[in-house]
Design a protein around this ligand. Structure first.
Ligand code: SF4
Length: 216
């Protein structure tokens, strides 16, 4: 869908009334409204955040996408733009903020660090990509990605939103009974980061190790 085109392409609406009349579908109207007002949560983690800030300023002007309103609260945000190195200490806070965002919500991993750990991959204090914990919709490569790359990533996100259907989206599915299907258990930070979703795996590995030690 082109940014401005709400109408279905097969209808030839006279040019002089194109700003006043649209022939469209409910899905297209719904997606058009959301793709044009994605509000990012306002935070930055490291150097990539500087490029994100530059993309918001007058030269690149993310306001053209309806994305200029960076919200200081997760309750009013629908995009988590992870810009920078994700440390183990930061992950519980990020996951908690993600859980506090209402549906529909999206996650963009900006830069090598957020996508894979980047230059700090395998570092003792760094997570090798936020996708180990959160469902990432768009990855933006680069160290750092330029504002243009971030805007290209935002266009990809818009294209993804364009493909959604009001009948299929999880947040309107009555079978979910108001449950947040995207809820992520908050990781626990101790001597290392523990993902509660892997408790069974951790316990069985510990049991195997204990058996080996008692046998030796
Ligand atoms: S990807 Fe590069 S620029 Fe971005 S936070 Fe990591 S080290 Fe900094």
């Amino acid at each position: 869908m082109d940014n401005e085109k709400l109408s279905l392409p097969q209808y030839d609406i006279p040019e002089d009334i194109q700003n006043a009349v649209a022939i469209t579908t409910l899905d297209r109207l719904y997606n058009w409204g959301r793709r044009s007002s994605v509000w990012p949560l306002m935070f930055g983690l490291a150097c990539c955040a500087i490029e994100m800030i530059a993309a918001q300023a007058s030269r690149y002007d993310m306001a053209r996408f309806g994305m200029e309103v960076m919200r200081p609260t997760p309750r009013q945000a629908d995009l988590m733009l992870v810009s920078g190195t994700v440390t183990k200490k930061m992950v519980p806070a990020l996951v908690r903020l993600y859980n506090q965002m209402p549906e529909p919500k999206y996650v963009v991993a900006m830069g090598a660090c957020a996508s894979s750990g980047g230059p700090f991959k395998e570092g003792y204090n760094v997570v090798a990509g936020i996708d180990k914990f959160l469902p990432v919709d768009v990855y933006i490569p680069g160290c750092p990605p330029t504002p243009q790359a971030l805007i290209a990533g935002m266009i990809k996100l818009q294209e993804k939103i364009d493909k959604e259907s009001i009948k299929k989206v999880s947040w309107y599915n009555k079978k979910n009974k108001g449950q947040d299907v995207n809820y992520v258990p908050v990781p626990i930070l101790g001597p290392d980061l523990i993902d509660p979703r892997r408790n069974a795996e951790i316990k069985s590995a510990a049991a195997v190790k204990a058996t080996q030690e008692s046998a030796s």
